[in-house]
Write a protein that binds this ligand. Sequence first.
Ligand code: 2NL
Length: 344
Amino acid sequence: MQDKLLALKDEALAQIGAAQEVRQLQEVKVKYLGKKGPITEVLRGMGALPAEERPKVGQLANEIRRQIEEELEARIRELEQKQLEEKLQQEKVDVTLPGRPVREGTTHPLNGVIEQIEDIFLGMGFKIAEGPEVESDYYNFEALNLPKNHPARDMQDSFYITEEILLRTHTSPVQVRTMEAMKGQVPVKIICPGKVFRRDTDDATHSHQFMQIEGLYVDEGVSMSDLKGILLQFAREMFGQNQQIRLRPSFFPFTEPSAEVDISCILCGGTGCRVCKHSGWIEILGSGMVHPWVLERAGYDPNKYTGFAFGMGVERIAMLKYGIDDIRHFYTNDGRFLSQFGRI
Ligand code: 2NL
C-alpha cells in the first residue's frame, strides 16, 4: 500500500512538473486530491490493514497530500509569474514614441469680440448681467414703452411661443429685470450680452438669430455727456486710440432723447471710401437717455434718477473689426473661417 502511495506521488509530481497551464494543474488537483481520487481511495481501504500499520500508512498518505499540495501551489505561482511576464512583454509601450498631435480648437470670433467688449466695460466699472432667452411680452415689450399694437410687436417680426411668450428680440428685458431686482438702489451699471431673435430672412447682413450687447447706467445726475464719454472710450479701446465718434438724433420708444452713434471709418479714417459709403462715418450702435416712463415702471423715480442705455449688434462690430463681408460666416461652422481667429 505504501508503494502504491509513493507511486501515486511520483505520478502526480511528474504531471505537475509537466503542466504548462494553471488549468491543467487544477485538473491534477482534482484527479489526485479530490474526494474520488486515488489517495482518498487508499485511505478508505485502510480498514483492511493490520492495526499497527494504519498510523504509518495514514501519516504517509497525509505527507504525500501535503507534498502534492505544496508542489501544486509552487507550480501555479511559477506559471502565473510566467504568464504575467509574457503579458508585460506583449503589451510593452514605447513611451518615447512621438504622440499623435491633438487639434486644438480656437475661440469663436463672436465669443472673442464679446469678451473684448466685456473687458472694456468691466474696466469702466460695469457689471455683466444675463437673463432668459425665452421672455414674457411684458419684459420684452410692455416694460420698454412698446404698448400692445405697437408696430415693433407685429407677430410677423418676432418668434412667438404663445400670445404672451416669445424669444427675446433684444437684451433690454435683462436690464429691466436687473433694475427691478435692485429695488431702486443705485448705481445700476451693467452690460447685458446674449442671443436675440428676430423673424428676418437671412442674408449677408441679417440673421434671424444674433448676439447683442446692451448697456445701462442709472444714477443721480447721469447725463448725455456721460453716455458720450463712455462710448468714445469704448470706440477707442475697440477700434483704435485715434477714433472719433458722432451722435446723430434718432428714435427708440424706450429712450428720449435717442441717438445713433457712428465711429470714424475704420478703413479710410474719415476721408471717405467704399466701406463708409463716402461719408467718413460708420454706424455702430443705438443709444439714448432711458425714457422716464421706463425708469418709473422698473422702480426708479424719474424725478430723482436718470440713465443712459445703448445697444449694439456683436456681429456688426466683429464684421467691421475683422473685415468680414457676410454675417452667415459666423453660423456655418466652416473651419477655414473659424480657425483664422486663433485664441482672441
Ligand atoms: C440698437 C439700439 C438700444 C437700448 C437699446 C434700453 C434698455 C432699457 C431702457 C432703455 Cl432697459 N433702453 N436699450 C436703448 C437704445 C438703443 O439698442 O440699435 N441695438 C442694436
